[in-house]
Write a protein that binds this ligand. Structure first.
Ligand code: NAD
Ligand code: GLY
Length: 361
């Protein structure tokens, strides 16, 4: 079991990662003094698989437990769902000291975190992430949000959880495509910050895909440490430090949007976006052939896509203008100067992006 402290003065919290630790959750929450009544937001798939263990752990530590089920889809991240869940909380919240538990992947984490941030102007919440993407990324750092028809994550708040509790054993039931999607974010951490993690992934990616417990615990712990360090330096993405987490995401989001959020899941699109960013970095002579080759090889060997299908470059370029990181008419892209080193490029000529994109077809 690993414990990582994310230091944000009064908003500091621990990220705990390990195999089979869910039965310890009650004790951890009891030590936080955040309330006595757990309101758990999840979906039926996760509830059927894991609610028994979670409920036992909480009841044994003296908490009352209520589950609230939301649909298993990105569409659960909506204003309508926020208001429906809050109405339910209001009916339930009599003579209680309520806190929220987000029990699921990034969809549940973003929705539950946002609800916690606005109900009664903010109540405590805990992240219990159950996908690899949520364990290494979305549960950490306090970004909460729901979607509007016009775009993803357009309504949200920075609101830090009081604890992140990642039981890597839950990853054993993740569909393989979903596991690979999270692995794209793990590879991203290696590329932007940690050459040793990158080398570890080159050696151990097959064991990750085979869901070997110690390997999963190692990567979740290591990525949590990297993300915590970045969030500590730039909690609200105001100093340009947190921006590096968007490596691969500008073009990745454009690919997801151009495919109407159907053809590619997040990690697959990010993998392609990282390859485009890598080709741009190479074209600008920021990295050598060897680094680019290693990145392509690792992404390819994990089964993540290396070619874009059923889309055209024009639609992707068009979609990239809607990226949140676009400031005025200037684009902003995270590039690399080697494995483990980033460079933020602004206002890159469109032709350079277009040429790198063409290599992915
Ligand atoms: P998800 O939450 O939709 O989960 C993927 C699927 O896996 C779902 O069907 C879910 O029910 C299922 N699942 C979850 N845990 C499981 C388990 N242990 N076993 C079997 N199935 C399981 O997807 P995700 O990839 O975790 O998250 C994507 C969301 O995260 C997006 O909405 C994205 O915007 C958001 N996100 C937020 C941040 C942030 O910083 N807040 C960062 C990245 C992504
Ligand atoms: N997932 C990007 C961030 O947390 O900043």
């Amino acid at each position: 079991m690993r414990t990582i402290k994310l230091n944000l003065n009064k908003r500091s919290y621990n990220i705990v990662a390990g195999g089979g630790i869910i039965n310890l959750l009650g004790k951890y929450i009891a030590g936080l003094d955040i309330g006595s009544d757990a309101y758990i937001i999840t979906n039926s798939l996760i509830k059927n698989k894991y609610a028994g263990a979670l409920e036992r752990a909480l009841r044994q530590a003296g908490f009352t437990v209520k589950f609230k089920l939301v649909p298993d889809a990105e569409s659960a991240k909506s204003i309508k769902m926020v208001s429906a869940v809050i109405e339910d909380i209001v009916r339930y919240d009599k003579k209680k000291r309520l806190f929220i538990i987000a029990f699921g992947g990034g969809v549940i984490g973003d929705l539950a975190g946002f609800i916690a941030s606005i109900y009664k102007r903010g109540i405590p919440y805990i992240q219990v992430p159950t996908t690899l993407l949520a364990q290494v990324d979305s549960s950490i750092g306090g970004k909460t949000a729901v979607d509007l028809v016009k775009g993803k994550n357009l309504v949200g708040a920075f609101y830090q959880p009081r604890l992140v509790f990642s039981d890597v054993n839950t990853l054993k039931t993740l569909p393989p495509r979903q596991l690979r999607s999270g692995l794209a974010e793990v590879i991203k951490y290696g590329i932007i910050k940690d050459p040793r993690l990158f080398a570890y992934l080159e050696k151990n990616y097959a064991d990750i895909l085979a869901r070997k417990g110690p390997v999963l615990e190692f990567i979740v712990g290591r990525c949590s440490r990297i993300k915590a360090n970045i969030v500590q330096e730039d909690e609200r993405e105001e100093r340009g430090r947190r921006t590096i987490l968007n490596f691969g995401h500008t073009i990745g989001h454009a690919i997801e949007a151009a495919a109407n959020y159907k053809g590619y899941n997040h990690g697959e699109a990010v993998a392609l976006g990282m390859l485009v960013a890598c080709d741009i970095s190479k074209a600008l002579r920021l990295i050598d052939d060897e680094a680019a080759k290693r990145i392509k090889q690792l992404i390819g060997s994990t089964g993540l896509p290396v070619k874009i299908r059923k889309l055209c470059a024009k639609d992707i370029i068009e979609a990239h203008y809607h990226d949140k990181k676009f400031i005025g008419a200037k684009n902003k892209l995270v590039l690399i100067k080697g494995i483990g080193k980033t460079k933020i490029a602004q206002n890159l000529p469109l032709e350079i992006i277009r040429q790198a994109l063409r290599k992915r077809f």
